[in-house]
Design a protein around this ligand. Structure first.
Ligand code: MG
Length: 350
């Protein structure tokens, strides 16, 4: 068993500004696992909110004892061991999980969605994310997103009203709002009451994750459904969020991959909440892995690969916003010619 990793900068088409940060690029670690003749691709998209960086994710993967990953067919056991070894580096765990599922699909000769018995026609429409920006740039971004029938708009700073008004000047498409913990509770209620009149479908993480009582207070009064993102990392967080949120945003890189995401999807349903599959800025490797699970969910926000100019891979795509799954075995992802492909196949060519 061999792990090869390469760290890359995903260059953003526009500076990506949310309530707590602004970035021109995000680092990602692309991973290739090789078991004999079979190989699988995975991706760790580290999240600074949880103390992860590109170097920390890559270092964790390099340090991982590859014997823990044998045999590849016992994915459950392998991931239990890898999870323990990787600790808080959940993005690194997701990379291993995704690569193992890629290999499984290739061994069976079927796309990943088939392994879960899912119908690829039942994929949802993904939203397209508009980061916080100057009003003129917001208008420009909305026009660039013309192929996407649903927009996700980042808020959480003083200019929320201006942003929404400028969007409504150029489009009446439905909008989902993500405040990334940027509001206080009274401010949140006031803004959500106004947003409810602006064809907004729901609001993601209006309040700080460390104040569950305020989340409950708001959920009792909000005219729009509220989704948890920063408030939920993994499976065990979900039952405690009943009554504080109406839905859960599940991200592979946040929770540790396909296996954990599946458990979270079913647990969320059992708790009577809605399910959304989300992402961070990531390549088509991470996005495609999530897209294979998307027939199971109510909402998708899987556009991280569309926001970057140097996606190293080709996989799931969109048609008028609807996710289209690749037909190849496993993830069905291929690497484009370029530095990532060279770095991951170098050893083989030597
Ligand atoms: Mg979010």
């Amino acid at each position: 068993m061999q792990i090869t990793t390469t760290r890359m900068k995903l260059e953003l088409l526009h500076t990506f500004r949310i309530a707590r940060s602004a970035d021109d690029y995000r680092e990602s670690v692309i991973v290739r696992l090789e078991y004999g003749e079979q190989s699988g691709l995975g991706e760790a998209a580290p999240m600074s909110r949880y103390g992860q960086t590109g170097p920390s994710a890559q270092e964790a993967l390099k340090k991982l004892d590859t014997e823990l990953l044998e045999p590849a067919s016992h994915i459950n056991d392998v991931l239990e061991r890898a999870s323990e070894a990787l600790g808080k580096e959940r993005a690194a765990l997701a990379a291993i999980d995704i690569a193992l599922h890629d290999i499984l699909g290739k061994r069976l000769g079927v796309p990943l969605y088939s392994i879960f018995g899912l119908n690829p026609k039942h994929t949802p429409v993904t939203s397209f994310t508009i980061g916080i920006d100057e009003p003129d740039v917001i208008e420009e971004k909305v026009l660039e997103a013309n192929d996407f029938p649903i927009l996700k708009v980042k808020m959480g700073l003083e200019n929320d009203h201006v942003i929404m008004e400028r969007i409504r000047k150029v489009t009446d498409r439905p909008v989902r709002v993500d405040a990334n913990e940027g509001w206080s509770k009274e401010e949140a209620l006031e803004k959500i009451e106004w947003l409810a009149s602006q064809n907004v479908e729901f609001v993601e993480q209006p309040l700080a994750a460390d104040d569950p009582d305020a989340c409950r207070w708001l959920a009792e009064r909000s005219p729009l459904p509220l989704f948890a993102d920063e408030s939920v990392l993994g499976l065990s967080d979900i039952p405690g969020l009943r009554g504080a949120f109406h839905g859960i945003n599940i991200k592979l890189t946040k929770c540790g991959g396909v296996r954990e995401a599946l458990r979270m999807i079913h647990t969320t349903r059992a708790c009577g909440m809605m399910v959304m599959l989300g992402c961070t800025v990531e390549s088509s490797i991470g996005i495609t892995a999530a897209a294979h699970l998307s027939p199971l969910v109510d909402y998708a926000d899987l556009d991280g690969n569309v926001l970057v100019s140097n996606d190293p891979a080709v996989g799931a795509r969109t048609d008028q916003g609807k996710l289209v799954l690749p037909q190849g075995s496993g993830l069905g992802v291929t690497l484009r010619d370029g530095p990532v492909r060279d770095a991951l196949t170098e050893r083989q060519n030597r």
